[in-house]
Design a protein around this ligand. Structure first.
Ligand code: PGA
Length: 273
């Protein structure tokens, strides 16, 4: 294992799969990887499927994430979904600041910061997405873009809560690699991850930098996952397209360093297979 942090493989279904299709997918996934605890597995269904999926996974180790959340607690915000609604639907995690939210829905760094703060106040674990576009990379702006997005995502209240022990996960997702099949090389991804960890060290603390998981996202597939996950600062993956098929998503989980399938013995105790 490249480091002491537990790997996390999270699926972002985006605007795909009906409730029934989602249920069928998680049934298959649960029977394959739902009893093991060597890798944290997360699924990210649409809002309308969250409650039923979370219900089906009630006794599973698989966690459920929403793909977005309102920046307001409750009230007259037509179409928005509040943190309490997510929590009471069975979500433990929420993906925030995905580049598709930033790009198509004009979410600003500040708005994402307010969402992260609200998620933590409601005991939801945010998976905070950051990443540069192809143009920004060409202009050598990757690090300044990441620093700006991180600064926005960590207003003072977030810093305080994280310092007090609340967990966050960061996902580095270069926009040019999302849904394009153009995966970042392990070296490119590692450089950005190392920059993000350095930012956490400078702006929060060394302990937080060392313990925070940083996932890579952008065209992760069963055949490129191992190379990425072997990098020192890559602690998992945020998977879009390949999270829509249980066989491909499980193959990525199985390719994760330290993955151990577990079986339940007759006495009920879990042991490695
Ligand atoms: P992709 O999406 O795996 O389909 O590239 C990743 C993401 O957007 O989280």
């Amino acid at each position: 294992m490249a480091n002491a942090r537990k790997y996390m493989i999270a699926g972002n279904w985006k605007m795909n799969l009906t409730v029934d299709e989602g249920l069928r997918l998680v049934e298959r996934l649960d029977s394959k990887v739902g009893r093991q605890t060597s890798v944290d597995v997360v699924v990210g269904p649409s809002f309308v499927a969250l409650h039923e999926i979370a219900n089906l996974l009630k006794w599973s180790k698989i966690r459920v994430a929403a793909q977005n959340m309102s920046e307001f607690e409750s009230g007259a915000y037509t179409g928005d979904v509040s943190p309490r609604m997510l929590l009471t639907s069975g979500c433990s995690d929420v993906i925030l600041g995905h580049s598709e939210r930033r790009g198509h829905f004009s979410e600003s760094d500040e708005s994402i910061g307010r969402k992260v703060a609200l998620a933590l106040a409601n005991k939801l674990m945010p998976i905070i997405c950051v990443g540069e576009t192809a143009d920004e990379r060409d202009r050598s702006e990757t690090e300044s873009v990441l620093a700006r997005q991180l600064k926005g995502a960590f207003p003072d209240s977030v810093k305080e809560n994280v310092k007090a022990g609340q967990e966050i996960v960061i996902a580095y997702e270069p926009v040019w690699a999302i849904g394009t099949g153009k995966v970042a090389t392990p070296e490119i991804a590692q450089n950005s991850h190392s920059f993000v960890r350095g930012w956490l060290r400078e702006n929060l603390s060394a302990t937080i930098a060392d313990s925070t998981r940083i996932l890579y996202g952008g065209s992760v597939k069963p055949d490129n996952a191992a190379g990425l996950l072997a990098q020192e600062d890559i602690d998992g993956a945020l998977v879009g397209g390949c999270s829509l098929k249980s066989s491909e998503f499980s193959a990525i989980i199985e390719a994760t360093p330290g993955y151990t399938p577990e079986v339940v013995t007759e006495s009920g105790a879990a042991k490695s297979a």
